[in-house]
Design a binder for this molecule. Structure first.
Ligand code: ATR
Length: 268
């Protein structure tokens, strides 16, 4: 029987997840499929019942369900508990688990770098920022700073995840060797020309990570690259969070370079 997988969210909008996972299944010859399942908040509990009844093998969870789905599950991984959000449902020993592969996805491209600095700064304090702080903590980053437009949210995140909140206005004065943007500044649409960093305030060798992947090269990344920084695109996070989901569901791993090429092609 075809193993079923899909993504829930509301509104679901365009997502690259079906393309990634269906390509992965096909490339490994697996009898499985992955669909988009737009699910309203009031439909969430009923949806989880269906996951149990129909033994749906894997589910990706996106906004606005990442937190509200948690009490509906049997178990949460330590990582999902730490972040306070779930983006993946999977089965283990007959129990329905919630995991957060955004953390794995965020950490993967940083793990591949030769050397990380001692201080990292996360811009933003929403769900993605929580995953970024958790990822940096998993990487053993000695000091993690958080700056957010609304300071209260930075303080709350910092308290929950043992980071340090700094005022948004002072973000460029903190001497951070790694900056991770989790705000929508630079994203296509109204904010396309926006950037959270002054082009004159980069230092050569600084690592600049933008989790925005549409466009692929945001203004932040273009200006950082021109200033001699090491840049990491949000495509890497998206790719690796997806590969981590695929591993949880199938125990297999599709070809990373092939998956990256597929996504680059879709975003071109
Ligand atoms: P996500 O789940 O992607 O992290 P989110 O929870 O909506 O999304 O968080 C978005 C983050 O981007 C927030 O930290 C938000 O700041 P506020 O807490 O002040 O709302 C930040 N953000 C959104 N628009 C911004 C802007 N124009 N300038 C600076 N920060 C912005």
């Amino acid at each position: 029987m075809t193993a079923r997988h899909g993504i829930i969210g509301w509104p679901l909008g365009h997502t690259l997840s079906p393309a990634l996972h269906n390509w992965g299944f096909a490339s490994l010859g697996l009898d499985a499929d992955y669909q988009a399942w737009p699910t309203r908040p009031d439909e969430l509990a009923g949806f989880i019942d269906r996951v149990r009844e129909q033994s749906i093998r894997g589910v990706s969870v996106t906004i606005p369900h990442k937190r509200t789905v948690m009490p509906l599950l049997d178990r949460l991984t330590r990582r999902a508990q730490a972040v306070g959000a779930v983006n993946t449902l999977f089965w283990c020993d007959g129990l329905l688990w919630g995991e957060n592969t955004d953390v794995t996805g965020l950490a993967a491209p940083l793990r591949a770098l030769e050397k990380l600095p001692d201080t990292a700064l996360v811009l933003g304090a929403g769900g993605a920022a929580r995953a970024a702080v958790a990822a940096l903590a998993e990487l053993g980053m000695p000091e993690i700073l958080v700056a957010n437009r609304t300071p209260e949210k930075a303080h709350e995140l910092a308290r929950d995840l043992s980071a340090r909140a700094v005022p948004w206005e002072t973000r460029m004065d903190q001497g951070a060797g790694l900056v991770c943007n989790t705000t929508p500044l630079g994203m296509s649409g109204e904010l396309l020309d926006a950037t959270p960093w002054d082009a004159l305030r980069f230092t050569p060798g600084m690592i600049v990570y933008d989790i925005v992947y549409n466009p692929l090269r945001t203004r932040l990344l273009r200006e950082a690259e021109a200033a001699g920084c090491v840049t990491v695109s949000g495509l890497e996070m998206f790719l690796h969070q997806g590969l981590a989901q695929f591993r949880l569901w199938t125990g297999r791993e599709p070809d990373e370079a092939g998956a990256r090429a597929l996504l680059l092609n879709r975003l071109a």
